[in-house]
Write a protein that binds this ligand. Structure first.
Ligand code: NAP
Ligand code: ZN
Ligand code: ZN
Length: 348
């Protein structure tokens, strides 16, 4: 039996998101049917709805920060039961055979199936994301949300959480390390909470002073408004690690100067265009410029469990889906504290 689901979709790169009905596949032997309660709005949803990366497929139902309840399971499903609190992030499948998949790096598989804007294996039907009532996902790509985390505040962990947790772990944000979070938005605010919980000394590099109080409340030890150019001198050769979450062009070279010898700047944000970097920015100080992409399924579960243990969830503004286009405009202006989460009850 196919499942119809109400959704919101972009019909092309210029259009606003509007009501749309999608079909979800039958629940196969290894599938889980999830009634979606909440879905976070990631800046990537906007990039993709507007085709800013040049690879969008329409109609597009965005949304890869999904939290909901299992309402049906396939006959072979052993990992989940009806009533379980679960999440789905950016991936709903991968080849499962390549070296990356075997090591738990499904995000680096050469044939990942993204939660939206991709084609399913076999059937080649388009995948549609979480701005919808329900979704059918293979059990191996479904995550368990710890019982002590509210579903609405946990939803953005499925992208913003794992995207910041993974590089913080990989580049060893820990006691004795100075970590800077560049841009205090959806990703940035999670980076602050997680880096703090991992024991690092945490600084926020924001444009203005507007978010200073919030940053301290989120757990940052220090805060710098980078519109004040003196801060570039003050912080020269200061950080071990910079997580760059900014989604617009930026003078990365200037920020590389804030790294200590052997320090790393990790690109997380994906601007449309990127400025060139002078070799001296890297050579002088043996600095690293690198990037990171979400996280694999195993690490995503590890992150959720970590958040459960440390009682970490996202700071959200809950909206009905009818306000999604306004939310997009506010995100672009930087007017979000710190993640919009759609309450899918508004779709009924
Ligand atoms: P967001 O909530 O919009 O946050 C981005 C932050 O960038 C803003 O809050 C703002 O912080 C800062 N910023 C600096 N200059 C800006 C400007 N001119 N206009 C607007 N903001 C500016 O976005 P997000 O959801 O955290 O996503 C950030 C980026 O990461 C996006 O490009 C997204 O596509 C990408 N992303 C990557 C991955 C990955 O796996 N690598 C995963 C998810 C998202 P201040 O106000 O503090 O300056
Ligand atoms: Zn995302
Ligand atoms: Zn693979």
């Amino acid at each position: 039996m196919m499942h119809l689901a109400k959704a919101y979709a972009a019909r092309n790169s210029q259009s606003k998101l509007k009501p749309f009905v999608i079909k979800r596949r039958e629940v196969g032997a290894y599938d889980v049917l999830i009634e979606i309660r909440y879905c976070g709005i990631c800046h990537s949803d906007i990039h993709q709805a507007r085709n800013e990366w040049g690879m969008s497929r329409y109609p597009m139902v965005p949304g890869h920060e999904i939290a909901g309840i299992v309402t049906k399971v396939g006959v072979k499903v052993r990992k989940f039961r009806i009533g379980d609190r679960v999440g789905v992030g950016c991936l709903v499948n991968s080849c499962r055979k390549c070296p990356e998949c075997k090591k738990g790096f499904e995000q680096f598989c050469s044939t990942p199936i993204w939660t939206y804007g991709a084609l399913e294996k076999g059937s080649k039907t388009p995948t549609y994301g979480g701005y919808s009532q329900r979704v059918v996902v293979d059990q191996n790509f479904v995550l368990r949300i710890p019982n002590n985390l509210p579903l609405d505040r946990a939803a953005p962990l499925l992208c913003a959480g794992i995207t910041t947790y993974s590089p913080l772990r990989h580049w060893k944000a820990e006691k004795g390390k100075k970590v800077a979070v560049l841009g205090l938005g959806g990703l940035g605010h999670m980076a602050v909470k997680l880096a703090r919980a991992l024991g690092a000394d945490v600084s926020v590099l924001s444009r203005s002073n507007q978010k200073k109080r919030d940053a301290k409340r989120l757990g940052a030890h220090h805060y710098y408004a980078m519109a004040n150019s003196k801060n570039f001198d003050k912080l020269a050769k200061h950080f071990d690690l910079i997580l760059n979450t900014v989604s617009v062009d930026l003078d990365w070279g200037k920020y590389l100067g804030l790294l200590k010898r052997d320090g790393s700047m990790v690109l997380l944000g994906v601007p449309e265009k990127s400025p060139a970097i002078h070799a001296f920015n890297l050579i002088g100080g043996r600095r690293h410029l690198t990037g990171s992409l979400i996280g694999g399924i195993r690490e995503t579960q590890e992150m959720l469990n970590f958040c459960g243990r440390h009682k970490i969830a996202c700071d959200i503004e809950k909206i009905p889906i009818q306000k999604v286009n306004q939310a997009y405009e506010r995100i672009i202006k930087g007017d979000v504290r710190y993640r919009f989460v759609i309450d899918l009850a508004s779709l009924r």
